[in-house]
Design a protein around this ligand. Structure first.
Ligand SMILES: NC(=O)c1ccc[n+]([C@@H]2O[C@H](COP(=O)([O-])OP(=O)(O)OC[C@H]3O[C@@H](n4cnc5c(N)ncnc54)[C@H](OP(=O)(O)O)[C@@H]3O)[C@@H](O)[C@H]2O)c1
Length: 269
């Protein structure tokens, strides 16, 4: 396993789900971890677990949808840690809603939190990383970035935008010592599927993977320097199959969506 002894990491959305487990895994690997989310009482619990491995870990309660506050947050973390070596942009919101039922502001909110905010945080921490000649910029994307999920247009678009930004960034940063990585998870067992303001999920949640698989993928990419990792990794084949036959892919997803709605016994609310 990769050693992060003496390194500092920052994980957004560390109060629950994937972010909480990624934060703990980074602490286990030796990093002092900074935690960010809105729910302070849950962050305290993640912090206590991180401090068992990395006593210098710290937390910041912040609403990352407030774009004007992101640069100040980055400055506060850099001041506390003297620089950030690993940034994991994990915080995001779902939006399970058919396009014909979607209000424009819902799309805006998703893009703001899932795309604009992590880009702002990344751009705020990048100069310090470049100056030190090292760093890992990790994004938690989604297979939705590559596979156009039904009833998730805004969410899929936010992850596709993040992925496109990360691809270009990986090239732009060549030679700086700073690397970009993105993990594209499929179904993971978290609260994402029970948050209010969403249709019930179409997917069968009994297939969901434990968040630790995403944390292992983050550590794997930091260790091997590669750009992208699907979780589970066989989704890479599905993405390349789609790229080779988009018409066939869309026809197949229409059929799958129809079948799932029938199986769930209701039209989406
Ligand atoms: N679960 C899956 O199947 C799956 C699949 C693919 C990708 N992902 C991605 O994995 C990441 C983590 O999601 P999850 O599944 O672990 O869901 P989750 O348990 O709902 O975690 C979301 C995290 O984001 C934080 N967050 C949400 N809005 C925020 C805001 N305005 N400001 C600051 N923090 C905010 C939440 O904390 P607070 O509410 O305390 O602010 C929470 O810690 C997301 O990027 C998601 O898109 C998940």
């Amino acid at each position: 396993m990769v050693s992060l002894t003496g390194k500092s990491a920052l994980v957004t959305g560390a109060s629950s789900g994937i972010g909480a487990v990624v934060a703990e895994a980074l602490a286990e690997a030796g990093a002092r971890v900074g935690l960010v989310a809105r729910r302070g009482e849950l962050l305290e619990k993640t912090l206590a677990r991180c401090r068992e491995h990395a006593p210098g870990s710290a937390m910041w309660v912040a609403d990352l949808a407030d774009l004007d506050a992101v640069a100040g947050l980055a400055a506060a973390v850099e001041a506390e840690f003297g620089g950030v070596d690993v940034l994991v942009n994990n915080a995001a919101m779902p939006k399970r809603r058919r396009v014909q039922d979607m209000a424009p502001a819902e799309n805006d909110d998703v893009l703001q939190l899932n795309y604009l905010s992590p880009v702002r945080l990344t751009l705020a921490l990048l100069p310090g990383m470049i100056e030190r000649g090292r760093g890992h910029l990790v994004a938690i994307g989604s297979v939705a970035a590559r596979l156009g999920p039904p009833h998730e247009a805004a969410y899929g678009a936010s992850k596709a935008a993040l992925t496109a930004f990360w691809e270009s960034m990986a090239v732009d940063l060549d030679g700086t010592g700073v690397q970009a990585h993105i993990v594209q998870p499929a179904l993971v067992d978290t609260d994402l599927f029970s948050l209010p303001g969403n249709e019930p999920p179409l997917s069968d949640l009994s297939d969901a993977l434990p968040p630790r698989e995403v944390a292992d993928a983050v550590l794997e990419l930091i260790g091997n320097g590669r750009f992208e990792r699907y979780v589970p990794d066989w989704f890479a084949e599905m993405a390349s199959g789609k790229a080779a036959d988009v018409e066939g892919f869309i026809a197949g997803v229409k059929e799958w969506t129809h079948d799932r709605i029938q199986a769930l016994g209701a039209e989406p609310a």
